[in-house]
Ligand binder design. Structure first.
Ligand code: ATP
Length: 216
């Protein structure tokens, strides 16, 4: 399906549509109106129609949306109709947890992402099995990536090691970085970065809590 230039705001909302539609599919729902989708997602029906019209619209007047078709099309737009292999650098507490999450998750959307390599600089971790994967030393990354072409790198190293580790990943063929380090990376435009700054999010929660308490 030909796609127009889609705004970043719409792209940001697509994973949520994908998630709700996936749940509807699992419940055996075959079709849904924009009004019903609006009710369960707590988004206006006009927003839904506008968002989905970006892709030529998947709905039919009086019929609603075909859940499976819409789910699959959004999956294609998000590039998750294919499986992605990923590597992770920084097998500390957080990296460890994330690795376990990916290896143990039964969710079909999580299973689109397959963790195939773990890297660290701590020699004590070398050869240790985490989530069924052997931890390798970061210096072995180039050889690993030559044998296993992987495009996505997860960064769970401390902030002071994040830029150099990201650059090293990119030099060796990584084209997309999922950055959990508490730092904004400066990388060439040939690389895409998605930051997951957990503490920024927690601070937003803290602010909202403060505002909520003002109403007490
Ligand atoms: P966290 O809970 O944030 O993972 P932690 O206390 O387990 O914290 P950190 O100091 O944040 O550990 O480091 C995370 C991991 O990153 C450690 O296992 C550390 O050895 C590893 N590490 C540090 N620098 C690098 C690097 N340049 N490349 C790969 N791994 C690194």
């Amino acid at each position: 399906m030909p796609q127009r230039d889609i705004s970043k705001a719409v792209i940001r909302r697509l994973p949520r549509y994908y998630r709700y539609l996936g749940d509807l599919l699992s419940d055996g729902t075959e079709r849904i109106s924009s009004n019903d989708l609006s009710r369960i997602m707590k988004v206006t029906a006009s927003q839904i129609r506008q968002d989905l019209n970006n892709f030529g619209g998947f709905g039919q007047q009086g019929y609603g949306y075909n859940v499976e078709y819409l789910h699959d099309e959004i999956g294609k737009i998000l590039g998750i109709d294919d499986t992605h292999d990923m590597i992770l650098a920084g097998v500390g507490n957080f990296g460890h947890t994330l690795a376990k999450y990916f290896s143990e998750s039964k969710k079909s959307s999580t299973r689109r992402f397959r963790l195939v390599g773990l890297f660290d600089v701590n020699p004590e971790l070398e050869g240790r099995e985490v989530a069924g994967i052997r931890v390798r030393m970061l210096e072995d990354l180039p050889a690993f990536l030559k044998e296993n072409p992987v495009e996505i790198g997860i960064l769970t190293v401390p902030a002071n090691a994040a830029s150099s580790t990201a650059e090293f990943m990119v030099e060796n063929g990584i084209r997309a970085i999922w950055n959990y380090a508490h730092i904004d990376l400066k990388l060439p435009e040939s690389v895409v970065v998605e930051n997951v700054h957990l503490l920024d999010s927690l601070m937003t929660l803290s602010y909202n809590l403060k505002e909520l308490k003002k109403k007490d």
